[in-house]
Write a protein that binds this ligand. Structure first.
Ligand code: ATP
Length: 544
């Protein structure tokens, strides 16, 4: 049996993995069975980008709200009709938790009657076989894949297949979903599914789509990796006008959208994960009238998405003002302003600002200034024992970076002058070796196997006072000569300054020791003591 937990773990981003653990633990603590479901499983198995986490619990997820919020999740929307929670987990991870349910459609165009159900029953209400799978996150069955419609086979065949003949009649929004998935994955509809699709289209079942489904589908376009491609496909099938009668591709700012997606890609590569959805909606509806935009906003279920979209212009203006004012007068201050700004705003401003100064600063932030990290004086820092093991290391590395950005710390002297006050005192020498047993009686110094071996080596050559012993002992005593300390290579250190600076926000500011009067100058190097070798050890003693 395939190990789906392993596949899941290697396919999810670290933040998504943490999100899975968080929801799993909270659901379990509330006594609910929890599964990873729908598009998440499809994307894990097929290798496509995992855009969001779909969870299904046996029970009402609205009961988990408080615990989720306490764990750092932000609730975007809570749907009382379907008992679904939409949330943003730490790290900007989008997630949905739904109640396992059955759906009974009594009349086309009317919302289904829902009832709590088991996980397998829930899978029967889904749209396509590739979306009708669940992975258990429960103790005892963790990793078990439930795939009653053989979705894995359809993923392998790259086919979209509905679960039953009435799929498009029951819920015509599945027609739009079908077109969206065909366009995204380039997987065709399976033959009978295509026939049902054509027939539903001919019979104009789409007119029965609910406003809720329209809003949900508009929102989904905003999370697509290539939204323009999807909008074109929807227009071709005549679904775009179903989402809004005035919406056409001519109303889209295609150039702005393409620049946005490029900038987002660049930010992703640098480790930022801005949510592009508000800006995507901004460009997709750029040439629609205000009233049309207001109508679309009313349909979208996620209130936080509408707010972010509505506030884009104002927030961008505010950030631009900061970037052209005193607050960003130097490169280091600009770095601070941009590091502290919401990534969504930096993304939006990077493509909408017409001010040369703003454009240039954002460009430097993403390119030129990052290269300054290569100039962090690692040899000098290592020389002064300022290594990642120090608690204050991230702060020191950050301050050095800020000074380098502003063109300070040009010479080695300047670098050393700045760093010296931060250098820790060298570690104390180890206690003198204790004399034990026969070695002690023999007065041999008992300085371990290395010394003994060195002595024996010397004896073999007919030398009792030998240099190798002195060298071995000196090396085994850290602190004697700091330059000879075994240092962790800065290149392999866990928290390399480049890593510290690339993303992590600066640690709380501390006064420079020089300023606070505390001088942590490294102590003068103690003289290396010469060590006399002990008495040679006999062969029989060595064997013990
Ligand atoms: P995406 O990658 O676009 O998020 P998704 O498959 O995850 O795709 P969602 O809209 O997030 O789509 O829905 C999550 C799951 O809920 C789907 O995979 C599917 O199982 C189910 N679902 C969503 N909408 C419908 C629908 N209209 N009819 C039946 N099942 C649906």
């Amino acid at each position: 049996m395939a190990d789906y937990i392993y596949t899941m773990e290697i396919r999810l981003t670290p933040d998504q993995q943490k999100g899975v653990t968080l929801v799993q633990d909270i659901a379990r603590a509330a006594g609910m069975n929890v599964y990873l479901t729908g598009g998440t499983i499809r994307d894990i198995i097929s290798g496509y980008t995992i855009r969001d986490l779909d969870f299904t619990v046996q029970g009402n997820p609205l009961r988990l709200q408080k615990e989720l919020e306490r764990a750092g999740a932000a609730i975007s929307d809570a749907d009382d009709d379907f008992n679904s929670l939409y949330l943003i987990l730490p790290g900007n991870v989008r997630a949905e938790i739904s109640m396992a349910r059955t759906e009974r459609y009594e009349k086309t165009g009317k919302p289904p009657v829902i009832a709590p159900a088991s996980m397998v029953e829930d899978l029967r209400r889904r749209d396509f076989t590739v979306n009708a799978m669940a992975l258990s996150l429960n103790p005892g069955s963790r990793g078990l894949l439930m795939d009653p419609f053989n979705g894995v086979a359809d993923i392998e065949a790259k086919l979209l297949r509905i679960l039953h003949n009435y799929a498009f009649v029951e819920d015509p929004s599945r027609l739009i979903r079908a077109t969206r998935f065909v366009a995204r994955f380039h997987w065709p509809l399976e033959e009978r599914t295509q026939a049902r699709f054509n027939s539903a289209k001919e019979n104009n079942y789409i007119e029965y789509i609910t406003n809720r489904a329209i809003g949900y589908e508009i929102e989904q376009i905003a999370y697509e990796d290539d939204p323009l491609h999807i909008v074109r496909a929807l227009e071709k099938e005549e679904w775009l006008k179903v989402l809004h009668p005035h919406w056409t591709t001519a109303k889209v700012d295609a150039a702005g959208l393409s620049a946005l997606m490029k900038s987002r890609q660049q930010m992703n590569e640098l480790g930022y994960s801005p949510d592009p959805a508000p800006a995507v909606l901004y460009f997709l509806t750029d040439r629609l009238g205000d009233k049309d935009v207001a109508d679309i906003r009313k349909l979208i279920p996620r209130k936080d998405l509408i707010e972010s979209w509505r506030d884009l212009d104002n927030n961008a203006k505010e950030l631009a003002k900061k970037l052209t004012g005193k607050e960003a007068a130097t490169p280091s201050r600009t770095w601070k302003v941009l590091s502290e700004a919401r990534p969504e705003m930096v993304l939006f401003l990077s493509v909408t600002s017409r001010q040369q100064a703003v454009q240039q600063k954002i460009k430097n932030f993403f390119t030129k200034w990052r290269q300054v990290q290569q100039r962090i004086p690692l040899p000098e820092m290592t020389e002064l024992l300022i290594t990642p093991q120090l608690l204050s290391y991230p702060k020191i590395a950050h301050d050095v970076f800020m000074l380098l950005l502003d063109g300070k710390l040009r010479s080695r002297n300047e670098i050393l002058k700045f760093l010296k006050p931060f250098a820790p005192p060298p570690p104390p020498p180890p206690p003198p070796p204790t004399k034990r047993g026969r070695a002690a009686k023999a007065g041999g110094g008992g300085n371990g196997a290395a010394a003994a071996a060195a002595l024996v080596k010397g004896k073999k050559k007919g030398k009792t006072e030998n240099a190798p012993v002195v060298a071995t002992v000196a090396q085994s005593q850290p602190g004697k000569a700091p330059a000879a300390q075994p240092q962790k290579s800065p290149g392999t250190a866990k928290s390399h300054p480049a890593a510290v600076l690339a993303k992590a926000p600066p640690p709380p500011a501390k006064a420079h020791p020089a300023a606070s009067g505390k001088n942590h100058k490294p102590k003068a190097k103690p003289e290396a003591k010469s060590k006399k070798p002990g008495k040679p050890v006999s062969k029989s003693k060595r064997r013990r």
